[in-house]
Design a protein around this ligand. Structure first.
Ligand code: ZN
Length: 443
């Protein structure tokens, strides 16, 4: 990590509480954290590395609060059988693909997702991993990819009973081993949660084992919740309870836990999520693609649920996901004037709060003491830009340009659209193509 980095001549979109727009300001990063934000003239005698952001906007790096690196190898896959509903999508596509993954596939598919994230200014990711044929060591392989790309990631293995008792046991052990390792490392680049697939693939006995281990390890959980109506149907039929009630009973919910989706939760479940301070992650592109519905982000927010934004691996571009989140809320409410505050807060305010709980750093604002995680976009605003309309520029303008420079913890990962890593992107892609081709044959 360089000792210090100075980003100068840009327009700083500080975001966070101040939401200031600061033309001609410099951002000084020292020891991985923002040390100063000041007019250019105020920082003198600087001797470290400089980045010229003239004609560009400088903003906090994005956070992707729910994704699956392993699904990178599904791109272009044509063997998928037609699926009539969400459960068939799992059986016909994802469970066939993840079951055939090797440890090397896990590493390479993670690299592809992470490099794509750098290209879009995303610096922190919460991943949810499955590879039932290669459980043990899979999180270590993904961790290697995270470290080689210089990003921050929180990893977990998605425990499930769908592949039998032996694989479930391996899933419990892989989570526990990796969480213990992260506790020992105490490193703000790589963190862990306890991964669970979803309520409908986990028996009471396995849920109890996970809950007990999670408590012992003082960790939160990362689980898919009521993504499709079928999750609720299963829970009511087999457990006599709705999904969120069942998770509450097992003490899976809490301020360190992540409930992805929550498309089909009722008002009572929303209140339980709020009471337990569980973070709900909205993934609109995935929900639309799987035709499972659109989460009621407006009502969840009204009931004080902390709602963040993820991509569920549909993209590595958080601004693209943000736009779809907005259109989705419009369509859901059949009202083109709702949801803007809720969805922009999800990405720019709530994702940082969720990441802070996990990584222990300040995110989402360019201010003294915050993580030195920065995305720079080439953007010359064609209309007035100020603190009152910065989110409008992000949704409708900056989202239409490519990230120019990405910095994580003060380390430059990409500058002027060129990766600044020890990895050769063309070679990574070539090897990924070989591995994905072989994976498709095994499926
Ligand atoms: Zn997911």
């Amino acid at each position: 990590m360089p000792d210090s980095l100075l980003i100068e001549n840009g327009t700083v979109l500080a975001l966070g509480k101040s939401c200031k727009v600061l033309p001609g300001h410099s951002v000084l990063i020292e020891n991985g954290l923002v040390a100063k934000v000041a007019p250019k003239e105020a920082i003198k005698n600087f001797r470290g590395k400089r980045i010229d952001a003239a004609g560009k906007v400088v903003l906090p790096g994005f956070i992707n609060a729910h994704t699956h690196f392993y699904s990178s190898f599904a791109r272009g896959l044509t063997k998928e059988k037609p699926s009539k509903n969400f459960n068939e999508v799992l059986k016909n596509l994802w469970w066939r693909l993840d079951s055939a993954l090797t440890t090397e596939d896990c590493y390479h598919s993670a690299l592809i997702a992470l490099l794509g994230s750098i290209r879009h200014g995303t610096t922190t990711l919460l991943d949810h991993h499955a590879s039932p044929g290669a459980v043990t060591g899979s999180l270590g392989a993904i961790e290697r990819a995270v470290r080689e790309t210089g990003l921050r990631a929180c990893l977990c293995y998605e425990l499930s009973d769908r592949d039998g008792a032996r694989t479930a046991k391996e899933g419990l052990a892989e989570n526990a081993r990796f969480i213990r390792q992260c506790h020992r490392q105490n490193d703000s680049r790589v963190k862990a949660l306890f991964g669970l697939h979803a309520s409908f693939t986990i028996s009471d006995a396995t849920m109890e084992k996970a809950a007990t281990l999670g408590r012992e390890l003082h960790t939160g959980f990362h689980i898919h919740v009521a993504e499709a109506r079928s999750d609720q149907d299963w829970s009511l039929r087999h457990c006599g309870q709705r999904v969120v009630e069942r998770l509450k009973k097992f003490e899976i919910l809490g301020p360190r836990s992540i409930a992805a989706h929550c498309v089909h939760v009722n008002r009572r479940e929303m209140d339980l999520l709020a009471e337990t301070q569980t973070a709900v992650i909205h993934n609109p592109q995935s929900n639309l693609n799987n035709a499972v519905g659109i989460a009621n982000v407006i009502e969840l927010t009204k009931r004080s649920v902390l709602v963040g934004l993820g991509t569920d691996a549909m993209t590595t571009n958080m601004l693209e996901e943000l736009r779809v989140a907005l259109w989705g809320q419009h369509l859901r409410a059949e009202n083109p004037s709702v949801g803007f505050g809720e969805v922009t807060s999800a990405l720019f305010a709530n994702n940082p709060r969720i990441a802070e709980r996990i990584f222990g750093l300040r995110f989402g604002e360019i201010c003294e003491g915050a993580a030195g995680d920065i995305a720079i976009f080439r953007y010359d605003p064609p209309t007035p830009l100020g603190s009152g309309n910065v989110f409008g520029h992000l949704v409708f303008g900056i989202s239409q340009t490519e990230a120019d420079t990405t910095i994580c913890g003060g380390r430059v990962l990409m500058a002027n659209r060129k990766l600044a890593l020890d990895l050769d992107e063309a070679r990574v892609n070539a090897r990924a193509r070989e591995l994905a081709g072989a994976l498709w044959k095994r499926m």
